[in-house]
Design a protein around this ligand. Sequence first.
Ligand code: ZN
Length: 107
Amino acid sequence: MLAYGGAYAFFAILCGVGAGLIGKNRGQSFWLWFTVALILPILGNVAAALSRNENDEPRRQCPKCKVVTVAYAAKCMKCGEELAFPTDDEVLPSVNELRMLRESGQA
Ligand SMILES: [Zn+2]
């Protein structure tokens, strides 16, 4: 039984690291997904793989406190300002779009 427990713990930690790396790659917390997959191995990994990629989301800036948040946010996470749906010139490129522009030498 003890050997089985050890093997399971090893397996859970492996799943945790895998899910954490997926999450980190998507602009989310490594430790959040590590914990989820440690508690729910496989399921946590699937959830991490299906989670929204924050780095692909267009962003906008809060007109009040200037904090940059995702474009679909209805409320500023920092100051609580209600945010109307952004107009085209308020939308900022996503993290990945900026990275691609930088790598191709256009920005
Ligand atoms: Zn704000």
